[in-house]
Design a protein. Structure first.
Length: 323
């Protein structure tokens, strides 16, 4: 039975998330206004479509990252897992002449296995998540380069529809993204798995004392992250018309920043998938706007790093004020 204190804690948690989300929405609107004034091309249809396609990849990877962070972990291998899966889907389609109906599920399964590897290192070998996934980051990067000796693999045909096609006026990647977010929202909000994910990030020991297998659910969370990374890799390969060994470089950073900007507590236990979409939009709009203004891409690294530092600092201050 819930106590008044626990109910108060839930209300504070929801209030915390709502405040973060509203702040992110306000920042996004303000950013759009500034860029629309600064560049006449910002609100063009072609630029809007480009933004949506870019957001889809970051947001899809961000779903898994959000669940991992809410559960008290981190996954630094997401970007190189995207690169590896991008190479695999291209290799299966071009080199082995597989049907896309066979190649896509196979790569999604491989993505789950990559996540299982991360989860196994963390749960069975007790390696801290940041070290375990940093190690697999290097392993996956090496595998992506070794797969075709560092060369890209070109793609043609109907597979391109997945990254470049439309469902009515909406780009296919955006439709997949929204569908995935609806599923993730339902899982987090209405299922036992969702409650356990929040519990792992909030108080892992309490979850263990409740008789729930922490190992089992850690593995599931990292498998979900591997699945979303592989899906992002497949869509990216389709959008680029090739498998690239460095296609996902830096996406893990963007996924983390998007989650934190959207209200996910970097320390675990608090988060929302809808906020991650807003965070991803902020990142992509900033990058897009800087490109339109002909700002050096090197300077963009400084901007993104600063955004992460500010977001985590604000997040940390709010957490410590509550404690």
């Amino acid at each position: 039975m819930s106590t008044p204190g626990s109910l108060s804690g839930v209300k504070k948690s929801r209030s915390f998330k709502l405040t973060q989300e509203l702040g992110a929405v306000f920042a996004l609107v303000l950013l759009a206004i500034v860029l629309s004034v600064s560049s006449p091309y910002f609100f063009s249809y072609s630029n809007f479509t480009n933004i949506i396609r870019q957001v889809a990849v970051v947001s899809i990877a961000g779903v898994g990252m959000t669940l991992v962070i809410i559960g008290g972990g981190i996954d630094l291998s997401v970007g190189t897992a995207i690169s590896l899966c991008s190479m695999l889907i291209a290799g299966f389609l071009y080199n082995y002449h597989m049907s896309a109906f066979l190649a896509v599920p196979l790569v999604l399964l491989i993505g789950c296995l990559l996540g299982l590897l991360n989860g196994s290192l963390i749960t069975f070998l007790h390696i801290p998540p940041i070290i375990a996934t940093l190690s697999t980051l290097m392993v996956f990067r090496g595998a992506a380069l070794v797969y075709n000796n560092g060369y890209a693999i070109g793609l043609i045909g109907m597979f391109m529809t997945l990254g470049r096609g439309f469902v009515g006026p909406f780009p296919v990647p955006s439709v997949i993204m929204i569908g995935l977010y609806v599923v993730a929202f339902v899982v987090l909000r209405y299922t036992m798995l969702g409650r356990i994910i929040f519990g792992l990030g909030g108080n892992e020991e309490a979850v263990r004392l409740a008789g729930i297998s922490v190992t089992k659910y850690r593995l599931i969370i990292y498998m979900i992250s591997g699945f979303t990374a592989s899906l992002a890799g497949i869509i990216l390969a389709s959008r680029l018309s090739s498998g690239e060994p460095s296609a996902g470089e830096g996406v893990e950073f963007d996924a983390i920043v998007a989650a934190v900007l959207g209200g996910t507590n970097i320390f675990g236990g608090v988060g929302t998938v809808w906020g991650t979409i807003i965070g991803a939009l902020i990142l992509v709009v900033i990058s897009n706007g800087l490109n339109l203004l002909n700002v050096s891409p090197y300077f963009q690294f400084i901007v993104r790093g600063t955004i992460l530092a500010i977001a985590v600092a604000i997040n940390s201050m709010k957490v410590f004020r509550k404690s």
